[in-house]
Ligand binder design. Structure first.
Ligand code: APR
Length: 252
């Protein structure tokens, strides 16, 4: 199999043709898809984990010891909910779902931007930062409407925690099971803006490939060497270009 890595008209056409023909496309996205919305990635240059130790700030053990640390990292983002908006990449994926090519978005992101962009079938395997739950009574809050305080407390007095999967926590079984089913049965996986190294999400493209899917990677650098196609480009540039090519096929 010859791997394609040229950023060219021909590459976009070929990828769009493949997607239009095969359909049953699942997107697995990571922080890179939200980078153009102004949200820092984790491991790229200037990424969050360059400045903060993930185990100190985002592990369940650290949260239990001192929840205000996690809140100091994430609280501003949660309160400034409207500042972050979907970018062209999120919108393009929603459009590809709308035209029946992408059937599901599996995301590692906790920013909720795929849903905000209009994608309907979204599996947020690491949870959603905007859903806040009380660790004592289970009461739910929705950002940005959460009590003040560092850390914020529920009306019952319990500590509030965003409904996200922290390091050291298991992914919710049903959610990851669904992601596995989607990955094993898709015919194309779009791998967008992820370093594809954090487990168990990193196992999903392998699962897709073992079951016959073609992998199209869209990233500013190659992160998944086993991909069949590489589009080395910003997601906000590449995905709208794919939509434009796909639309041409439907008008042929
Ligand atoms: N367009 C496409 N790709 C981009 C862009 C962009 N504009 N900007 C950056 N990237 C790519 C980077 O090259 C990198 O491969 O996005 C990827 C981001 O990788 P990570 O920062 O490792 O993010 P992610 O893969 O989502 O991390 C997985 O790690 O810390 C945990 O829970 C966190 O969900 C996260 C998980």
């Amino acid at each position: 199999m010859v791997k394609k890595n040229i950023d060219s008209e021909a590459l976009y056409k070929e990828v769009a043709r493949l997607m239009a023909d095969r359909k049953q496309c699942v997107a697995l996205t990571g922080a890179g898809v939200s980078a153009e919305s102004g949200i820092p990635t984790f491991r790229s240059k200037g990424g969050l984990w360059e400045k903060y130790d993930p185990i100190e700030f985002a592990s369940i053990e650290a949260f239990r010891k001192d929840p205000s640390k996690y809140w100091s990292l994430r609280g501003e983002f949660i309160k400034d909910y409207d500042r972050y908006q979907p970018n062209k990449a999120h919108l393009a994926l929603a459009e590809l779902e709308h035209v029946g090519i992408v059937r599901c978005v599996i995301t590692q992101n906790i920013d909720g931007l795929h849903k905000k962009a209009g994608s309907k079938n979204v599996i947020e395997i690491h949870g959603n930062l905007m859903e806040i739950i009380c660790l004592v009574c289970g009461k739910g809050y929705k950002a940005p409407h959460i009590p003040d305080g560092m850390p914020p407390h529920c009306s019952c007095g319990g500590i509030l925690k965003p409904n996200t999967v922290l390091f050291g926590e298991e992914l919710p079984v049903g959610v990851f099971m669904k992601a596995k089913e989607e990955s094993a049965s898709c015919r194309i996986m779009l791998l967008v803006g992820t370093s594809a190294i954090v487990q168990p999400a990193a196992s999903l493209p392998y699962l897709a490939k073992q079951n016959g899917a073609k992998i199209i990677e869209i990233n500013i650098e190659k992160a998944f060497p086993e991909a069949d196609y590489f589009i080395i480009e910003k997601a906000g540039t590449a995905l709208p270009r794919i939509v434009a090519e796909v639309n041409k096929f439907s008008h042929e």
